[in-house]
Ligand binder design. Structure first.
Ligand SMILES: N[C@@H](CCC(=O)N[C@@H](CS)C(=O)NCC(=O)O)C(=O)O
Length: 218
């Protein structure tokens, strides 16, 4: 069976992505949980035993290890083509890959200022101009996808795709930091928050007792 190595569901937005891709598609997997940011050497060594990057997530499929969230989604899309993790037509698939890569490699101001923390009381904070520009760009992406594919379903490309797995964690950040969502992007936020897999991850994350003080100051 596939094994997915993940970190704290409360804090680890990168772990959430492949977990959602698997769960939303009912692909069975064993979850290997390693607490992050504990400063316990044994925890770090355990992560390193799965991936020399020292980071989670990692997917283990027999003798194949995939140690990056987007690479895992690519791997799953190849291994399970019936899941349609990428859209069928080339133009939409390219678009899905572009926005996924944009999310994967960018939006650092928003990420740095609004770390994922599910149990943080919902409260707005002042955002830098750069983070506000990130918020605007993300909503532009959602609204553009909705205009193109909204008739096919509520997700970015109609049905749930790898792009949704990539963007779902940021929906949590919008919620936790009370970031206002424009009406044309709201349908997408509603679709993600209604997804059973998203709700399951959120429930699990909220139930986690592990608190990492340095993430609790924002
Ligand atoms: N590019 C990687 C980034 C993974 C990453 O930064 N993971 C964080 C958790 S969200 C991590 O493992 N941090 C542990 C550490 O730095 O000790 C991916 O997308 O999978």
């Amino acid at each position: 069976m596939l094994k997915l190595v993940i970190g704290n569901k409360n804090y680890s937005s990168w772990s959430m992505r492949p977990w959602l891709a698997l769960r939303a598609n009912n692909i069975p997997f064993e979850e290997i949980f390693i607490p992050l940011y504990t400063d316990v050497k044994a925890d770090k060594d355990r992560i390193l035993s799965f991936s020399r990057s020292g980071k989670v997530p990692s997917l283990i499929d027999g003798d194949i290890t995939v140690w990056d969230s987007l690479a895992i989604i690519e791997y799953l899309a190849e291994k399970y083509p019936e899941t349609r993790l990428w859209p069928q037509d080339r133009a939409s698939r390219t678009h899905a890959r572009c926005i996924s890569a944009e999310m994967h490699s960018g939006f650092m101001p928003l990420r740095n200022e609004c770390g994922m923390n599910l149990h943080r009381p919902i409260r707005a904070i002042p955002l830098s101009d750069d983070a506000r520009a990130n918020v605007a760009r993300i909503q532009e992406i959602w609204a553009d996808c909705y205009a193109r594919h909204g008739k096919q379903g509520p997700f970015l490309f109609g049905a749930f795709s790898g792009a949704d797995a990539m963007f779902a964690p940021v929906v949590h950040r919008f919620r936790t930091y009370a970031i206002p969502v424009k009406p044309e992007a709201q349908a997408y936020v509603d679709a993600i928050t209604s997804l059973p897999a998203f709700q399951e991850w959120t429930r699990d994350g909220l139930a986690e007792a592990l608190v990492i003080e340095r993430f609790e100051t924002v």
